[in-house]
Write a protein that binds this ligand. Structure first.
Ligand code: DLL
Length: 429
């Protein structure tokens, strides 16, 4: 069901009851998998919700070790699909889904879309990768469930994306934020007025990648649309874990499907309410592959302030970074999002950037490559030099290390097909 008032606006006692029943069932199911059986799960009794803390954490490395079948909690012939996590090399991680798992995932995605106003009659262009990556198929089925005309363009081929948007009167796009900025670059290069060219365009769903509030605003202002933050991870299905409502003040995390904790990434103890920590999630409905206390590595805060939209599920804040994404440079901790937040506030800076780390002698060196805005003349040496110096100054004030800043023409930094590669670490130690 995609507008599920009974569950989306559930009271706290009813939610706790529901979560407890689902947690017990999840633990019972998980104990059937070789991986959790070996962790002694069969012996742990869950008597109330707080007993979640008796359960073992699960990490990406655990999933790798359990490859290919160690986490399976049902007969293999009940599995209808598997997805595999993006990015890293070496042994992949896989997640299995039963028919019911896929159906429930689809409901959750449809719930997110409905929440922001997407309806039957909307035309939905899905510019995110299909295949093993969950962003493509996950949103695809959710949009179809609502009855949208769903166009599976996948990423890349920007000219065709723009042509389809215009020719089919696309009203909603799903896109990785760095690609949304690239799309804007292309529109600008073609000298098109986006508001005239795409009059039906209303919403962009930005997900799969960390991005700042300013990036959202740039996308909204450029296209004259509303953009919403969408959070998810393959281990928890993919997209459809947490999503902004029209209030755009944090993402409702669907607590009827996921049990949420926020812990200190070092001590693994719960943080004080409202404090930043690592998001830890337990699946509550998964049949084929329940996962207990998954350490997402994503840093966020959890808010239980009532939301004017009426939904009672708590909200997570925009992801501040990943605990394993942090750059340690000359002893200083830096998150790539700090760099993005500085760059995006400086007029004359374009839409793409990359951070390169190297060892020079015994020292770490940081170079920030920055595309300049298409309106700047690349022949105007003095203005460019002033811009470069300003970027150095503002970055130094934020990250406390002086970076080398290299300006490049718009389009000078390659655009990834999937998630942007923001940091290239070539350091030798
Ligand atoms: O990125 C699933 C997804 C697809 C989500 C499409 C939203 C839209 P993975 O490839 O497993 O799955 O990567 C998950 O990406 O742990 C975060 O670090 C990061 N991430 C995902 N969404 C956001 C977001 C998909 N909105 C990892 N903001 C997660 C910040 C995000 N980071």
């Amino acid at each position: 069901m995609y507008w599920d008032e009974r569950n989306e606006c559930i009271g706290p006692e009813d939610l706790a009851r529901l979560q407890f029943a689902r947690l017990r069932e999840t633990v019972r199911r998980a104990a059937r998998s070789p991986f959790y059986r070996a962790k002694g799960l069969g012996e742990i009794e869950v008597r109330d919700l707080s007993d979640v803390r008796k359960l073992p954490f699960t990490t990406k490395d655990d999933l790798r070790e359990a490859y290919p079948f160690g986490m399976l909690s049902c007969p293999l012939d009940d599995v209808v699909r598997l997805h595999s996590s993006s990015g890293t090399t070496g042994t992949p991680t896989v997640v299995y889904h039963s028919k019911k798992d896929i159906d429930r995932w689809t409901d959750l995605v449809a719930r997110c879309l409905y929440m922001i106003g997407v309806r039957k009659g909307d035309v939905f262009q899905n510019m995110i990768g299909y295949g093993l990556f969950t962003g493509g198929l996950g949103l695809h089925y959710g949009a179809e469930r609502l009855g949208c005309l769903t166009i599976p363009t996948g990423p890349g081929n920007t000219k065709r994306q723009l042509k389809f948007m215009k020719d089919f009167g696309v009203s909603v796009i799903h896109v990785i934020p760095s690609y949304a900025l690239h799309l804007a670059d292309e529109v600008e290069k073609l000298g098109i007025d986006p508001r005239r060219e795409f009059p039906s365009f209303k919403y962009a769903l930005l997900g799969a990648e960390p991005h700042t509030e300013e990036t959202r605003r740039k996308v909204e202002e450029f296209f004259g649309i509303q953009a919403y933050n969408s959070y998810g991870l393959s281990e928890m299905n993919g997209p459809g874990v947490a999503f902004e409502c029209p209030e755009k003040n944090g993402m409702h995390i669907w607590e009827d499907a996921f049990l949420v904790e926020v812990v200190d990434p070092v001590t693994l103890e719960p943080v004080a309410p409202g404090m930043q920590g690592e998001l830890v999630i337990t699946t509550l409905e998964r049949e084929a592959m329940p996962i207990l206390r998954y350490r997402t590595k994503d840093l966020t805060t959890l808010s239980d302030e009532p939301c004017p939209c009426g939904r009672t599920h708590r909200r997570i804040s925009r992801i501040a970074g990943r605990s394993d994404d942090m750059i340690i440079l000359k002893g200083v901790n830096i998150f790539p999002m700090q760099i993005e937040a500085v760059l995006i506030g400086i007029p004359g800076v374009g839409r793409n950037y990359q951070v390169i780390l190297e060892s020079r002698g015994h020292n770490d060196h940081i170079t920030v490559k920055v595309e300049i805005d298409a309106h700047l003349s690349i022949d105007d040496y003095r203005s460019l030099e002033e811009l470069r110096k300003r970027i150095v100054r503002e970055l130094r004030d934020e990250i406390l290390v002086t970076p080398e800043v290299v300006l490049t023409e718009p389009g000078g930094i390659p655009v990834a097909q999937g998630k942007a590669v923001r940091v290239v670490d070539n350091r030798t130690t």
